[in-house]
Every structure is written in C-alpha cells, then in structure tokens.
Design a protein around this ligand. Structure first.
Ligand code: C5J
Length: 224
C-alpha cells in the first residue's frame, strides 16, 4: 500500500494511492476551443488554457503511479432527449445546444466538439463518463465505478471551477468521498469565480473538500 502526504488547504492530507482516483472534468473542445459551447455563450475560451499544462503534468504522474484516472464529458444524445428544455432554451447564445457549429453539433455526444482535447486524451483503460448535467454523479455510473474499486479520495481538476468542478465536488462530498481539488488544474471563464469557487470548497475547515496545487500533488505522487 502506497501512502503519501499531500499539502493542501485547510490542512495537509494522508492519501492511500490505491484508494485514490484522478477525475478530470470536461476538458472538452466544446469548452476550450473557439466555435464550441463555451464561446457560443459569449465566453473568452482562452481563459481555460491555464489548466491544460498543470493537468498534463498531474495526468502523466497519476498514470505512472498506476492511479485510476477517470475523464468526464458534459453533453447530450443526438436527439436531445436527455437535455432539459430550459437548458437548451435559456439565454441568447450565438448557437444553442444541438445547433450545427464548426466542431459539429454543439454539446452533442459523438461530435468533434464534444470530445476531450488532444493534450489530455484518455488512454486505454481510463473510463470516460458521459454526463448530461454539471455534476459527474448525476445520471451516471461514476459512484458504482468508484465503489467497485474501493476509492475514497478524489483528486479533481478540470473546467469550469465554479460550475462542473464545484457541482461534482459537492455531489462527491455528500456521497462520502474526500475531494482534493487541484487549484491550478482548474479554470474558469471568470477569474473571480475561479478564486471564489476554490475558496468555497476549502472554507469552514474544508466544508466540501480540500484545495491543493499541481506542484504539491506532483511532489506527493513522484516521491517513493
Ligand atoms: C459549464 C462545465 N460551464 N463543464 N460546464 O457549463 O463547467
């Protein structure tokens, strides 16, 4: 059993690597590249690039350690039968969910824009969770997968900090998982929401979880 200490806030943690998983949330072209869902909503998608390099480093290290790695993607069936009407109709986006865009239909499974960016592409053996909502537990088999492997601790990175990362961490926390959010492996279209999104997780003694950084996680994973 490999046990490591990870520096984090509000306190450092001891983690058994055999019972930990890296969860990478929604690093999809639709959120990170021009012409996708994120840009259609009026966002500056270049803001999310900050998380890519740190996540690449943590992903390489997690793979080397043998840790379970799980990727998630937000998106819908081609017939949009799993897309709530209010999600599709809200706001005044340049293109709505399901509309044809330069990377295929916006936020639709199987389209190029729905896929994970090449820099963080899953390798064989890494489960990919397709989720219709913001949280990775809602209407997915993620909890079952984690329980089957006796996972109790999640290292979490991805986008966006205050939306899908926060929602997933809250869902995980209520289900009894300990979440360590890797701050610089997350990003938001709104820098102030990124900062507050992380602050909300670690406030009040870690009300939803802990916040660490990629150098701290790498130091722990790479130490023998
Ligand atoms: C959003 C996400 N921002 N992955 N999704 O709609 O955070």
């Amino acid at each position: 059993m490999s046990v490591r200490r990870i520096e984090a806030e509000p306190s450092g943690l001891v983690v058994e690597l055999d019972h930990a998983a890296l969860i990478i949330i929604d690093m999809q072209r639709d959120f990170l590249e021009p012409g996708g869902f994120g840009e259609a909503l009026g966002n500056d998608v270049s803001r999310l690039k900050a998380a890519v390099g740190p996540l690449q480093n943590v992903l390489a290290s997690a793979r080397k350690s043998g840790m379970l790695v799980i990727h998630t993607r937000e998106g819908h069936r081609p017939d949009l039968s799993d897309a709530p009407r209010h999600k599709v109709e809200r706001g005044e986006p340049a293109m709505r969910i399901g509309a044809p865009g330069p990377m295929g239909r916006i936020l639709v499974r199987g389209e190029p824009g729905h896929d994970i960016i090449p820099e963080l592409y899953p390798i064989e053996g890494e489960p990919v969770i397709d989720k219709p909502g913001k949280g990775a537990f809602y209407q997915t088999d993620l909890e079952l997968m984690l329980k089957n492997r006796s996972i109790d601790t999640l290292l979490v990175g991805g986008v966006t900090t205050e939306v899908c990362v926060n929602t997933t961490v809250r869902e995980a926390n209520d289900r009894g998982f300990r979440c360590i959010v890797i701050g610089d492996c997350c990003a938001s279209y709104f820098p102030e929401f990124h900062k507050i999104g992380l602050a909300m997780i670690k406030a009040q003694g870690g009300i939803f979880g802990w916040v660490s950084s990629s150098p701290s996680v790498l130091a722990a994973l790479d130490s023998d």
